[in-house]
Structures are given as C-alpha cells and as structure tokens.
Design a protein. Structure first.
Length: 274
C-alpha cells in the first residue's frame, strides 16, 4: 500500500499506529514488525512541532493528541506513544479519549531491568528529561538501592533526527565522557537513542549492558490487541505515514539506520524519495 494514499476501508488486517515528534518511533515499529510482520504500521510524526522535550506539558499533551487523532483515520487497533516525554504528559489523556476502543501503550525507560541486573547504572536522556521529576521518580521507584547516574546526552536526539553520522558520534563521545567509570548498565532514556545503540556500545565498551524498551513495548502491544508473536507470518509493513497530520512519505534519513532499512525493505510500495 502507498503510505501517501488516503485511508482505505477497514480490512481484516490488524493495524498499529506509532506516534512521536520524530524518529523515536522507528525502533518501536521495527520491533513490532519483527515479532508480528503481518500487522500493518501507521507512522504519525510531528516535524512541524518537534522536539517535544522543551515544550510545556499542556503543549505536549495537545500535540500528541493531534497526532493520535490523525492516525485514527486508518483505524488502528492500538496506538503506541513512542516518546517518553509524550508518555509522561499525554498518556492519561489519550487513554481517556480512546480506550477501550483503541488500546494505548506508552513507553518508559528500562530502569527497572537495568537496576535488577545490578549497578552502577547510568541513564542517558535529553537535558529536559535528565533534570525532570519524572526521571527522578523512576529512579527512586526502581533503583533506590542501586548507584544510578543521570547523564544528559546533549544534542544526541537532534543529531539522530538529522541523520548526521559525524554529529551522532560527537554527541555519543560527549555523553560517554560524562558517564562515570565502572558503570555496568546503561539505560537509553530517549526513544531515539536505540537507533544508534551499536555506536553507543562501541563508545562505552562491551562490558556495559544497554537496556532499551522497544521489544517489551512491542510484546505489550500485541498482548493488548490479542495477538501472539509469530515472525513467520506474511509481511505487511508501513501502510501510512503522517507528517503533522498530513499524508507523507518515509523520510530519507531513516535509511541511515538499520531499523529504517528493514522497514523500507518490508514495504515495497513505499516512496523512499521524500
């Protein structure tokens, strides 16, 4: 299906929409596609208003509601909020408006499994998240007895969004320099960061375990819509791309990341030139 085409009448295929301001949704869509390739994917980005981190909670709530409402034209069975900031500020409002008709699944940094593996633990996130009461609350709740450090990975999300490999490596090097020696586990506290997890591992050394949440979120999404993982079913792929509510195409910058290439290869009708 051409992702720039208008929404089509409902078919028997199950469908999941992913919403975020930018590329953070990519790893989550890829994880679900790997577990259940026959689920159609709707990707709703908001390039007109990204990034969400510096915005007020009310703004984030309004914007993520708008992105989710735009995706409803494609009749998803579930909506995944693939953004930590949007999950904090918008998840309750989305659930109040959409459930039980449409399941709503949020994202949370994987602090709990990282702490369970033993510290010290570092959490890389945006500057806004690093200083937030939200992150402090997660650390207090799940890692109170584990030595934990919050590290601002300055500019990393923006570099990933642009597809600038040199800028990505510079931002990773900076965050690595701010990460205390002896850290055993690293939590990726921004949904963008998983797209460059291999580069992060290379910078920190393979003795550091990286914890991210796309697979856990994908499994939870399948549970919410009553499906079991089955990676051998026929592929569907990306059925629609929305850019601040407008029909669009997969951004070319996505081809810079393995997750983007996998979705491209699974979606033969996608216009990859945008």
């Amino acid at each position: 299906m051409d992702p720039t085409a208008p929404a089509q009448p409902r078919t028997s295929r199950r469908r999941v929409a992913f919403v975020d301001s930018g590329l953070g949704l990519l790893g989550y869509a890829d994880a679900l596609h790997a577990l259940r390739p026959d689920v159609g994917l709707v990707l709703s980005l908001d390039p007109d208003n990204m990034p969400y981190g510096p915005r007020t909670p009310d703004d984030v709530r309004r914007l993520i509601l708008a992105s989710a409402r735009a995706a409803l034209a494609h009749e998803p069975d579930a909506i995944v909020v693939a953004c930590n900031t949007a999950s904090v500020h918008g998840l309750d409002a989305l659930r109040a408006e959409l459930e039980p008709g449409v399941a709503v699944v949020g994202t949370v940094p994987a602090i709990r499994p990282a702490a369970a593996a033993g510290g010290p633990v570092a959490v890389w996130s945006t500057a806004a998240t690093t200083s937030s009461a939200y992150l402090r609350g997660l650390i207090d709740a799940f890692a109170a007895d584990v030595e934990t450090y919050a590290v601002a990975a300055l500019g990393l999300a923006e570099a990933i969004e642009s597809g600038d490999a040199r800028a990505v490596d510079e931002c990773i090097a900076y965050a690595a320099s701010q990460t205390p020696a002896g850290v055993r586990s690293l939590v990726l506290g921004c949904t963008h960061y998983g797209l460059v997890a291999d580069r992060i591992v290379a910078a920190l050394g393979r003795g550091v375990a990286v914890h991210d949440s796309p697979v856990a979120v994908a499994r939870q999404t399948l549970r919410r819509i009553g499906l079991e993982p089955d990676p051998l079913v026929p592929e569907a792929g990306v059925e629609a791309v929305l850019l601040s509510g407008r029909p669009g195409s997969l951004p070319e910058s996505w081809a810079a990341y393995p997750a983007g290439r996998r979705l491209r290869d699974a979606t033969s009708a996608v216009d990859w030139r945008a």
